[in-house]
Design a protein around this ligand. Structure first.
Ligand SMILES: *Cc1c(COP(=O)(O)O)cnc(C)c1O
Length: 296
């Protein structure tokens, strides 16, 4: 089977009096529209991982994630679409939620594991699937050189140039791939990474692991809102204004923090007038379902 998706990810301009008053133009790359389940950067990260599994004649994808992992959901849906079996090894005690429901619905088998064992993923893989010749290991979040390669292709799709890119960071694989893409095209665009967890400075090491050439980029570590999966009223209120004003869904775990950072930096005069800024909508809007309570 040919492992590919037709990429539909238009660039759209977002308007706001804030942008006008600071003389900047803001655009958003709609990777969230690539696929309803295999959304955003998750498809880009899986593409070459799945091709590698196919080359090695593996038919069973085994991967890892938390109970709200977009990567688990994307892997489950991609496995179903391209004819693989899939197993998700889930961190923590057995629970049920909308994400895991959608994983199961796509045929993924779920294996819950305690937080200590979860740390050593290759050991878990060997323990459960050491004897399964069809099993193929995919790291948590799809973090891999193949993942970065898929993400670099985002840059090929652009028909205009930008002064800045903004992107939310978890493992840093997406950031690394896009930075590599900018390098490949010899673009001067400044990449801005927004880590979504506390003390995000260490993301530089993670990003640098997958860079194909040294690069200069900025990391904005002050937009974690208390840590991974955490949110406060300020972030929720920002999302409550952004969605009806633009018609574009964002959520509190990744894209909400990234867009908040962008709006805040514009407010603070971080960008020269005339700047053209592209925000990457990395998908993940199902994450909203796990955070409904916070919107009450
Ligand atoms: C997984 C995810 C990210 C993080 O991507 P990394 O490559 O792990 O940095 C960003 N945004 C969304 C919506 C995600 O689901």
């Amino acid at each position: 089977m040919n492992i590919d998706l037709e990429i539909f990810s238009p660039v759209q301009q977002i308007n706001s009096p804030l942008f006008d008053s600071h003389g900047v133009k803001v655009f958003i790359k709609r990777d969230d529209l690539i696929h309803p389940m295999i959304s955003g950067n998750k498809w880009r990260k899986l593409k070459y991982v799945l091709k590698k599994a196919q080359t090695e004649d593996k038919t069973h994808l085994v991967t890892f994630g938390g109970a709200y992992s977009n990567h688990l959901m994307a892997t489950a849906a991609a496995a179903a679409k391209f004819g693989y079996k899939s197993t998700g090894i889930v961190r923590g005690e057995e629970v049920d939620n909308d994400t895991l429901f959608l994983c199961r619905l796509h045929g993924m088998k779920l294996q819950f594991t305690d937080r200590d064992s979860y740390r050593d993923k290759p050991a878990l893989f060997n323990q459960y699937f050491g004897n399964d010749e069809q099993a193929f290991f995919i790291d948590e979040g799809g973090a891999s050189a193949e993942g970065a390669k898929g993400c670099s292709e985002l840059v090929n799709e652009l028909t205009e140039t930008y002064d800045h890119f903004f992107c939310a960071c978890g493992t840093g694989t997406t950031a690394a791939g896009i930075i590599n893409g900018l390098n490949d095209h010899q673009l001067k665009t400044k990449f801005n990474a927004v880590p979504v967890f506390k003390n995000g400075g260490f993301i530089r090491e993670e990003i640098d692991r997958f860079l194909t050439a040294p690069a200069n980029y900025d990391i904005h570590t002050d937009y974690h809102f208390g840590g991974y999966g955490k949110a406060n009223d300020e972030l929720i209120n920002f999302i409550k204004q952004f969605v009806p004003a633009t018609g574009i869904l964002i959520e509190p775990v990744y894209t909400g923090k990234m867009m908040y950072a962008l709006y805040d930096l514009i407010t603070r005069g971080h960008f020269k007038p005339g700047s053209r800024i592209l925000a990457i909508h990395s998908g993940g809007i199902w994450g909203l379902l796990g955070m409904k309570e916070k919107f009450k």
